[in-house]
Design a binder for this molecule. Sequence first.
Ligand SMILES: Nc1nc2c(ncn2[C@@H]2O[C@H](COP(=O)(O)OP(=O)(O)OP(=O)(O)O)[C@@H](O)[C@H]2O)c(=O)[nH]1
Ligand SMILES: [Mg+2]
Ligand SMILES: [Zn+2]
Length: 315
Amino acid sequence: MRGLVFKSTGLWYEVFVKEEEKVYHSRLAGRLKLYKSELTNPVAVGDYVSLEKENETQAIIVEIEKRKNYIVRQSPKNKHQLHLLAANIDLAVLITTLREPMFKQGFIDRFLMTTEPQDIPVLIIFNKSDLYNEQDLKEYDLLSKIYKSIGYKVRLVSCESEDGIQELELDLQNKVSLISGQSGVGKSSLINLLIPEAMKKTNEISDFSGKGTHTTTFAEMLELNSNSYIIDSPGIKTLSFNNLEIMDVAHNFREFFTLSEACKFGRNCTHRDEPECRIKQGLDDGSVYFFRYQNYLNILEEIESQNYWERKKEY
Ligand SMILES: Nc1nc2c(ncn2[C@@H]2O[C@H](COP(=O)(O)OP(=O)(O)OP(=O)(O)O)[C@@H](O)[C@H]2O)c(=O)[nH]1
Ligand SMILES: [Mg+2]
Ligand SMILES: [Zn+2]
């Protein structure tokens, strides 16, 4: 049987088998468990798998189909491991807000480090527009200008007033979209607006934090309509890049990569102290945004400050 993993709780996977219109509560075959792997979990939401039926409700995952793409993140628990967040997605939706929680300046660019290597289209959403003052709206204008000019889609919405939600819904048609973002930005609120039936369920399965909010703890795929799916995911606390090298970062800043053709050292230029660097020229002539360059330098600095031997050590 072939099935689609739509929910993963670590040990168990909920797998939907289309021919039977049925969900199997599934475990991984022992040989698929990855010992000493750098991945914390071998199967993710969005994966297509082969199942062996155990009984009417349970099955064993015996094979994982080749993925079109996937998103990994450094595991929050072990920095030497990568957490596989989702597979086979058509759009990565990053929800941010300029208000509550406070906007982290480098966060968008850090997030893009997880989607760029796989060329996954990204939609950046600024939520909670109902709370923005004039200053915030100006900041939004600047940020949307920056990211649109680089080739990302940007939207201003409010889950409270529902401004921009209809347009956003159109962006999600006929796709599998992964919704991510820091905790509290409104991922679940958005999903509850788009899929009202999801609300009751979310409240049942989420941890109750005691502050009147529900925190999503597992990734889960939900049906928007017959050909559109969205994946809710747990809030991102921090994004670190133990797994990246300096050149990976340089190549994953989209506009830097394009322009680096004109750097003296071409694709090997780190755009810092090299002579005749097109990116640094761009800072002067306005073709490169300082905001992006600054975030770029911050990521490089973080990677370099990690102890080299610790990074290379066997685990
Ligand atoms: N004012 C305002 N509040 C919002 C908006 N969207 C969400 N909120 C509130 O923000 C809080 C957090 O929303 P959630 O949807 O739970 O956030 P989340 O991103 O799913 O958080 P995690 O599951 O912890 O990652 C809730 O109290 C929401 O009511 C909005 O557009 N405007
Ligand atoms: Mg949530
Ligand atoms: Zn350069």
